[in-house]
Design a protein around this ligand. Structure first.
Ligand code: ADP
Ligand code: ASP
Ligand code: MG
Length: 413
């Protein structure tokens, strides 16, 4: 007998028929003799619908109330799922985040799980019941409902699997595993059998929404395997696990893109020590996390500093773009900038692969490929296992397809 955590995403519980279909899968696992914990998302589109209702009332609703509102999405699906299981003659109980013992910090709308007390769930499993838990939510030390950020049900599932010492953590979604790129963007995308935590972490953080980034961080820290599968098929899916010798050997594992960032540039700031620190200090004090940074010193033909000024650009998450632009615009004069300009019409396209560590030429082929499509690169950042380029937003999908093709990622390995 194994203890299995199964998470079903929004598209897998989008209507009554789908809820019935995934409930059959959970019940089948239980009837095979396993203990089953099910984590559910809200129905597809529901979280967006609730968010737009909130925005219809206020431009900046209080995050505590946004959480109270958003958490209702998952409350609906767990109750319906439990009812369906009961019609199948199965013993089952649904739990909201706080009932499942999921305790978080106080950061409304992007809370982190601080601790899980799984005793109630364990009691129900011991009574031979399926435990159905609302994903994406928890409770803070004041007893207030919190949510974990978009896609947070993945994190609930992994955290519960860790707390319960589950034998398996299965993530069921609308694609049959992790692909070399988003299969809805590129029809030659290929399913990957096994992918290591490091690569999945980069893909998630660079825009592949198939797995939420914190769920991978947790899985990596606790070395728990995740099995990503299609909720409506029996296909084998993808295992996310530690890197090993049997994994495919390619320099690039996948391509991804994100349109969730904005760029801010301070033009002609004084080129002297301390200026970059002042800009970054201002932004970090506002709790905003910067991604890429580029500083361009102006240099004359003879290699000398032409003038004592520099341009300073950085990117921030789209959600923080306006606040950052306002902040930097008002501080720009004091910092000595000639002008502050913003651009949220950008996309970041990235290549990821642990094989890049010992493979030269990846960047060259990436830049050549983008150039051959007439796509201009405005920022570049690299690490040992990824290369990212900022480009114009309208080229995001074209760039993904061109790079996927140039690196031959659709070919069987
Ligand atoms: P769920 O509702 O099950 O949580 P999501 O919509 O959050 O599902 O994530 C699944 C989607 O992620 C897929 O439909 C696919 O379009 C997208 N996706 C992006 N990158 C990838 C990738 N590399 N492999 C698979 N799916 C991807
Ligand atoms: N319902 C939440 C969202 O849409 C959480 C999730 O689906 O994982 O982001
Ligand atoms: Mg998701």
């Amino acid at each position: 007998m194994a203890l299995i955590v199964q998470k079903y995403g929004g598209s897998s519980v989008a209507n009554k028929e789908l809820i019935e279909s995934v409930a059959r899968r959970a019940v089948a696992a239980k009837r095979e003799g396993h203990q089953v914990v099910v984590v559910l998302s809200a129905m597809k589109g529901e979280t967006d619908r609730l968010l737009s209702m909130a925005k219809g009332i206020s431009e900046s609703p209080e995050p505590r109330e946004v959480d109270a509102l958003l958490a209702t999405g998952e409350q609906v699906t767990i109750a319906l799922f439990a009812m369906v299981c009961q019609t199948m003659g199965e013993k089952v109980k649904s739990f909201l985040g706080f009932q499942a013992g999921i305790k978080t910090d106080d950061a409304h709308c992007r809370a982190r799980i601080a601790d899980i007390d799984p005793s109630r769930i364990k009691t129900e499993l011991a009574k031979n019941r399926i435990a159905v838990v609302a994903g994406f939510q928890g409770v803070n030390r004041h007893g207030d409902i919190t949510t974990l950020g978009r896609g947070g049900s993945d994190t609930t599932a992994v955290a519960l699997a860790i707390a319960l010492k589950a034998n398996m953590c299965e993530i069921y979604t609308d694609v049959d595993g992790i692909y070399t790129t988003d299969p809805h963007v590129c029809d030659t995308a290929r399913r990957i059998d096994r992918i290591c935590y490091e690569e999945m972490l980069e893909l998630s953080s660079l825009g592949a929404k198939v797995m939420e980034i914190r769920s991978i961080e947790l899985a990596m820290n606790y070395r728990i395997k995740i099995h990503v599968r299609h909720s409506q098929s029996q296909s084998p899916g993808t295992i996310i696990c530690e890197e090993d010798a049997d994994m495919e050997r390619t320099p690039v594992r996948g391509v991804t893109s994100s349109v969730q960032e904005g760029r801010i540039t301070l033009l002609r700031v004084p080129d002297k020590p301390g200026v970059a620190a002042r800009i970054l200090d201002l932004i970090s004090k506002a709790g905003i996390v910067i991604d890429m940074i580029i500083q361009n010193q102006s240099v004359s033909a003879n290699g000398q500093d032409e003038e004592n000024w520099t341009d300073f650009s950085f990117t921030v998450p789209a959600a923080d773009y306006k606040a950052t632009l306002d902040l930097v615009t008002s501080a720009g004069v004091e910092i000595g900038a000639y002008k502050v300009v913003g651009d949220n019409n950008i996309a970041k396209v990235s290549l990821v692969g642990v094989g890049m560590r010992n493979h030269a030429g990846v960047a060259t082929l990436m830049f050549k490929t983008l150039a051959s499509e007439g796509i201009n690169i405005s920022m570049i950042s690299t690490s040992e296992i990824k290369i990212s380029c900022v480009i114009e937003k309208k080229y995001a999908e074209l760039a993904v397809r061109a790079l996927h093709n140039a690196f031959n990622l659709g070919a069987p390995v």
